[in-house]
Ligand binder design. Structure first.
Ligand SMILES: Cc1cc2nc3c(=O)[nH]c(=O)nc-3n(C[C@H](O)[C@H](O)[C@H](O)COP(=O)(O)OP(=O)(O)OC[C@H]3O[C@@H](n4cnc5c(N)ncnc54)[C@H](O)[C@@H]3O)c2cc1C
Length: 588
């Protein structure tokens, strides 16, 4: 049986002492935040965690009439989720939501993913659908659909992928034919659609990319349509059905299906030909949420592996028996096991701090009164979305892999729950744009904007922080390691932007290394901030000494063993495109 405890102490530390979230518009006071997060933790630990393994074993099913059913217990858990108002935490008050910052939703999403990643996908897509409708749909559509998504009685989907169109949305073939009443007739098949059909909610709101007749080829010819499963006015079924459930490797309690639109009635969202741009409202939020899935699963894997390493006894420590009265020492004494645990822990905590800082800036970019502050925050978010998504999910998978290794053969056996983490989190590296596409997005779109304007949204605060903390003795050991990595990051940025401008293959072949360099340096910045806060708390004699001491020891590990990875990635990056692109296709 797996364990999971919501990482409330760490979240509290990041919110209050590292990123300072109390100034956000509509952020409740500390006492209310405590009670919201405490309640979310209880729901995740008591309701969602017990359904994780059983949901994986049972999976979703489809009856002879094509109706999709979720595993036992999920419908009740979802009803509890809606009753608790969780679907509307950061939705507008005018639609029945609580109007709280998205940051709170991010924190809750991480916890849900740590307890039960499959469950979390249903509300994740609904919330992103709500945001897309809020930003781009007509008032009439908003009035009908938003309050139901806020209640959670209707859920949302994101219908982009087709058999021939995955990363390349320009290849989409689904068609939308205008009808006399101003609506559209949608025809085509979407595949691998998460929450495409299920029995959790009364209705499903599909957001579908399709082409109008005579539309331009490529992405500029694609528009976005809202297609309900059931018409809200008549209660009749629309011509959309789940043509098959996909037999997925993991997240087996998430209903992922191929969806057939057989002349289904839909309504245009946003302007014609601007569908992909509108869909990116949804994609930007879900990419962050997917990064949080990686972090949530990594946290769960760490907790399980650390507990097991203390319990499981095998062989003696190489430096002599540590528990001579026992037949063998706990595997925690072995350097290889410790190293795996500390890698998991230092990256999970670093990624969480970065994701929550990006979450705070997400809110600032949407709610701050100062337009300049909003624009700066939007730059930081745009820069960090591919980093949080790709690095957070790579790290989630690596952590699941390390946890399985720590459990040895027991981790490989189904039912112990550990191999499930590996299968579940694997998809997070693929959907919402593969991690390869995230790296490409970073080097081709994000870096080049306005001569590196987005990069400056990270570089400037880091430089300001370093200057302000130059005499802080608590950071003395970390500062030079950070500066050396930061310097390599600047050199890598210059290399990719100048060489990439002349030869795009230079940008393409360096993309994954560059994303990792930025990720490690951004985590380094967060670890500096965390170390400063922990040292200051210890100096003040605040309660919770062991938490702050452990933070500083984890920082020691990060700066000595993880941040120097930047140098290896830099070395690989500057070897350039030649060894990769000159390899003849026929020799593969
Ligand atoms: C469980 C699950 C749930 C999903 N849920 C949804 C959903 O709800 N809605 C939805 O619309 N889709 C969904 N998808 C689809 C998912 O978004 C796609 O699988 C993903 O975008 C990749 O597309 P593809 O599988 O066609 O791979 P391809 O696009 O064929 O890519 C194959 C490989 O080529 C690489 N590649 C492609 N182009 C480039 C390039 N230019 N540079 C570098 N590398 C490149 C990719 O990184 C990848 O490694 C889901 C998929 C799964 C598995």
């Amino acid at each position: 049986m797996t364990i999971y405890k919501a990482p409330l102490e760490d979240v509290r530390f990041i919110l209050n002492d590292v990123i300072g979230a109390s100034g956000l518009a509509d952020m409740p006071d500390n006492k209310t935040v405590e009670s919201v997060l405490g309640e979310a933790a209880r729901f995740c630990e008591d309701v969602l965690l017990p359904l994780n393994v059983s949901g994986d074993f049972e999976g979703c099913s489809q009856d002879a009439d094509g109706n999709v059913r979720v595993p036992k217990g999920f419908a009740d858990a979802y009803a509890d989720f809606c009753k608790g108002g969780w679907a509307g935490v950061s939705c507008g008050k005018e639609c029945g939501g609580q109007g709280r910052p998205l940051l709170l939703n991010f924190i809750v999403s991480e916890m849900i993913s740590g307890a039960n990643m499959s469950f979390g996908l249903y509300p994740m897509l609904s919330h992103a659908a709500y945001k897309t409708i809020e930003k781009h749909a007509s008032d009439e559509l908003k009035k009908i659909y938003m309050p139901k998504l806020v209640e959670g009685t209707w859920t949302g989907t994101m219908c982009m992928t087709e058999a021939q169109a995955g990363s390349d949305l320009g290849l989409i073939r689904s068609m939308a034919e205008p009808l006399d009443d101003g609506s559209y007739k949608i025809t085509g098949e979407k595949i691998m659609i998460t929450a495409g059909d299920h029995d959790l909610a009364e209705n499903i709101v599909h957001l579908v990319l399709a082409r109008l007749p005579g539309a331009l080829p490529g992405v500029r010819g694609i528009s976005l349509f809202l297609v309900p499963k059931i018409f809200p006015d008549s209660g009749k079924r629309n011509a959309v059905r789940c043509s098959r459930l996909e037999d997925t490797t993991g997240i087996r309690a998430s209903a992922v299906g191929a969806m057939a639109f057989d002349g289904a009635k839909g309504w245009l969202v946003g302007d014609a030909g601007k569908g992909v741009r509108c869909m990116f409202t949804m994609v930007n939020e879900t990419r962050m949420m997917v990064g949080l899935q990686g972090i949530g699963v990594a946290e769960a894997c760490y907790q399980n592996a650390a507990a097991y390493a203390k319990e499981r006894v095998q062989m003696r420590s190489i430096s002599g028996a540590k528990f001579p009265k026992q037949p063998a020492d706990p595997i925690l004494v072995h350097p290889d096991v410790r190293q795996k645990l500390l890698t998991m822990r230092s990256l999970t905590e670093g990624c969480r701090a970065l994701a929550l800082l990006a979450g705070r800036e997400f809110d600032v970019s949407m709610r701050d009164a100062d337009p300049k502050r909003r624009a700066k925050a939007a730059d930081f978010v745009a820069l960090m979305i591919p980093v949080v998504k790709a690095f957070g999910t790579d790290m989630g998978f690596d952590s699941a892999n390390a946890a399985l290794q720590i459990f040895g053969g027991h981790g490989y056996i189904r039912g112990n729950g550990i191999e499930q983490y590996l299968r579940d989190v694997r998809v997070a590296m693929i959907y919402e744009g593969t991690n390869g596409i995230q790296a490409l997005d970073l080097v081709t779109r994000k870096m080049s904007q306005d001569y590196g304007r987005l990069l400056r949204s990270f570089v400037q605060p880091a430089v300001t922080f370093l200057a302000a903390e130059k005499d802080n003795k608590a950071l003395a050991n970390y500062r030079s390691v950070f500066l050396s990595a930061f310097n390599k990051f600047q050199m890598a940025s210059l290399y990719v932007s100048t060489r990439g401008a002349v030869d795009p293959d230079e940008a393409g072949t360096g993309a994954a290394d560059y994303l990792r360099i930025l990720a490690y340096v951004a985590l380094g910045f967060m670890w500096l901030k965390m170390a400063r806060a922990a040292a200051s708390k210890l100096a003040q004699g605040s309660a919770g000494t062991s938490f702050y001491e452990a933070k500083l020891r984890t920082a020691d590990y990060f700066f000595s063993r993880m941040l120097p990875q930047v140098h290896a990635h830099y070395r690989a990056l500057i070897t350039g495109a030649k060894p990769i692109m000159d390899f003849p296709a026929e020799d593969f």
